[in-house]
Design a protein around this ligand. Structure first.
Ligand code: LLP
Length: 424
């Protein structure tokens, strides 16, 4: 069995002379001592580098960060400062972006069932685009127009009938989807006709998103071809081709880089005669491998001839992805980064159910012991953002590290936070 692949660690992870882990010059053991565990640690320069790579690949105002992957005020500001626009999928995500000081004109509102209140808030604030998902939403925008004369700039979300090779819960481009106007059955064209005739909206473009954690660049090219076929004759200014670029989580996985993704998409669009501005909405590819979660081992249980369980002080409440999608993660000990991982154990959390698994077959050094710090890389996307308070576990803090400094950007929740909405 092998040591953890260093390529899965954040860009600025290094191994000290004593074999222990440094992140952007900060000793992980010191971070754990200062902020406690579990803790999400993000390499800030890595985040910025991925934002810049995306802007280089697609151009300024052509990259819309999908905040659902990871959102806090510091992240919203960082993405905006690096020249990205923001995709918000609810009134709550919009509120965080605005509280961070991101101008509404840099935000796009998404969602397959936006409430009238969310639409009103977006129109009121003056967001850049509302991505309209259904005829019912067009009705709601008519109501808002009647109420206060709003005519937001809208894109129509089109379901292109392209299946992405990913987990069914995160595939969205196929005909059988809750999202968008189906191209195949004529709904997309009916929506375009209606939006063009409507006084309640200004139709500025089309949108599609085929799914998430997609590794095969040809799926994106296929969607671009289907969308171009529909979009070119309509000659609208904007075409947004969604997010979805996958990242390697475990040893042996390979995904296209953001640059390669840009080349595939932009070359395809140019060859297809697309004259619209082509934009994308990456989430995972910007943030996933920038972070790792640091836990502390609390119990090691060997059941002879059955298996070994190693329990850490977090679990499905800070990373539900293994349970939800069967996603794999690597793990290792920050005190011995390059140590051979010669033991296989089930890495579990502290929640009251057997399904609370972080890694079904974790490779770890055989001397892993109670009190050890344990690091799990590639937890920067859809971990903190999909966290919960199950078992009234408090959500972990988020720390940004850079140039030897650590900055707490989200503090750990307290027991008082857990009761803040509880009126007794
Ligand atoms: N644009 C739209 C309209 C989306 O629905 C999504 C993701 C994105 C962009 C960003 O996709 P990304 O680049 O991050 O793949 N919780 C799941 C992922 C759900 C993604 C939902 N939509 C997971 O943990 O894998």
């Amino acid at each position: 069995m092998t040591a953890v692949p260093l390529g899965l660690l954040p860009d600025n992870a290094t191994v000290a002379d004593d074999g222990s882990l440094l992140l952007a010059g900060c000793r992980v053991a010191d971070l754990a001592a200062e902020f406690g565990t579990p803790v999400f640690v993000y390499d800030e320069a890595h985040l910025r580098a991925r934002c810049r790579e995306a802007v280089d690949a697609f151009g300024r105002d052509r990259v819309i960060y999908a905040t659902k992957a990871f959102l806090c005020k510091a992240m919203a500001r960082l993405a905006y400062d690096e020249g990205l626009l923001l995709d918000v999928a609810s009134g709550g995500e919009l509120a965080v972006a605005l509280a961070a000081g991101v101008p509404p004109g840099a935000c796009t509102l998404h969602g397959n069932n936006k409430s009238i209140a969310e639409l009103r808030a977006a129109a009121d604030a003056g967001v850049r685009h509302i991505v309209v998902d259904s005829f019912d939403e067009l009705d709601r925008l008519d109501e808002l127009h009647a109420e206060f004369g709003s005519t937001p700039n809208v894109l129509l979300r089109v379901t292109p009938g392209v299946s992405a090779h990913t987990h069914e819960f995160i595939a969205t481009g196929q005909d059988d989807s809750k999202f968008g106007f189906n191209l195949g059955n004529g709904d997309a064209l009916r929506a375009v006709d209606r939006a063009r005739r409507s006084a309640a909206v200004e139709l500025v473009g089309l949108h599609c998103h085929i799914g998430s954690n997609v590794f095969d660049a040809s799926s994106f090219a296929k969607a671009a071809a289907v969308m171009a076929d529909f979009a070119v004759p309509l000659d609208l200014p904007e075409l947004v081709l969604g997010g979805g670029l996958g990242v390697p989580y475990v040893e042996g996985e390979e995904a296209p880089t953001i640059t390669q993704w840009g080349n595939v998409l932009l070359d395809a669009c140019a060859a297809l005669g697309v004259r619209s501005n082509v934009s994308v909405e990456p989430g995972r590819a910007i943030v996933a491998s920038a972070a790792m979660t640091i836990y502390t081992v609390g119990t090691v249980k060997h059941i002879p001839d059955v298996r070994t369980y190693i329990a850490v002080d977090g679990g499905m409440s800070d990373n539900p992805r293994p349970v939800l999608y069967g996603s794999g993660y690597e793990s290792f000990l920050p005190r011995a980064v390059t140590a051979e991982r010669d033991m296989t154990a089930r890495l579990v959390g502290k929640h009251c159910e057997s399904g609370d698994v972080l890694s079904f077959a974790a490779k770890l050094p055989g001397d892993t012991a109670v009190g050890d710090l344990l690091a799990m890389p590639v937890t920067g996307a859809y971990g903190h953002s999909m966290g919960s308070n199950y078992n009234k576990i408090t959500r972990p803090p988020v720390v940004f590290v850079g140039d030897g400094d650590a900055r707490l950007v989200v503090r750990r929740e307290t027991h008082d936070d857990l009761m803040i909405t509880d009126l007794g």
